[in-house]
Design a protein around this ligand. Structure first.
Ligand code: DC
Length: 233
């Protein structure tokens, strides 16, 4: 048996801004697994659509986005300084441009377009095919890898989530208000749960992690016990 035979797929789904990426990245580092942030992929498509006239004044032209899809090549490259992979679109580093409020306000609409999901889900399945992967998103345990050996569903109080995202954005120098962030968090929850294709929902076999009042260290301790139980021979 090769080493990859022992490695599993870990799906981390849940609401926006509840620390999924931070936690999934920490798990991957701890286990020596690859971390894949699928939200970054939907954000990268949204950014490309914004920059290429498929979204004007916040209105998403779905057909125009679909037409752009063949012109979007998404790649990841490991950045040792961040301990995670940076995302590139057509060879351009876009990591720093995809987490603005402009992208956040349109990404739910873009991610509800069936052709967008079809393209990105196929890419994600190929990237996770070799196992030893921690993938975070909304539909990883339900659609992308329904057979993942370990599925987490993360949630936290919307007010706590808004405060966390507010702190993150203001630390980067972005001018935002807590109210607009909380509105965006609640709107994205509603949009992600109610879209027709691959809505956000908890897989029947997912384990819920509510981290409203937990530090990353406490979450890690909780997770490592679960991981040990699930991978015990
Ligand atoms: O994780 P995030 O907040 O960066 O994700 C951005 C958006 O992308 C989110 O509002 C929903 C969408 N998304 C999705 O539909 N499916 C995924 N697997 C990941 C993200």
């Amino acid at each position: 048996m090769s080493d990859t035979d022992h490695k599993i797929i870990i799906a981390v789904d849940g609401f926006s801004s509840c620390g999924k990426s931070t936690f999934a990245k920490a798990i991957a580092a701890r286990l020596g697994y690859i971390f894949i942030d699928t939200g970054a992929m939907y954000r990268a498509v949204t950014l490309f659509a914004l920059e290429n006239g498929a979204i004007v004044s916040g209105i998403v032209d779905e057909e125009a986005v679909e037409r752009l899809l063949d012109r979007i090549a998404i790649t990841f490259r490991f950045n040792p300084a961040r301990g995670a992979s940076d995302i590139y679109v057509n060879g351009d580093l876009v990591e720093g441009k995809i987490r603005t409020i402009e992208v956040s306000n349109c990404v739910s609409q873009v991610s509800a377009i069936p052709a967008v999901r079809k393209k990105l889900v196929a890419m994600q399945q190929e990237m996770g095919g070799r196992r030893g992967v921690v993938m975070d998103g909304r539909d990883i345990g339900t659609v992308v890898f329904p057979d993942a050996e370990l599925k987490l569903f993360m949630t936290a109080d919307p007010k706590v989530r808004a405060q966390r995202r507010y702190d993150e954005l203001t630390a980067k120098g972005q001018h935002v208000t807590l109210e607009e962030i909380e509105r965006n968090v609640r709107e994205r929850d509603a949009a992600d749960m109610s879209r027709a294709i691959s809505p956000l929902r908890q897989a029947a076999d997912a384990v819920v992690l509510d981290n409203s009042h937990m530090t990353v260290d406490e979450q890690m301790e909780w997770f490592m016990k679960l991981f040990a139980e699930r991978t015990k021979k």
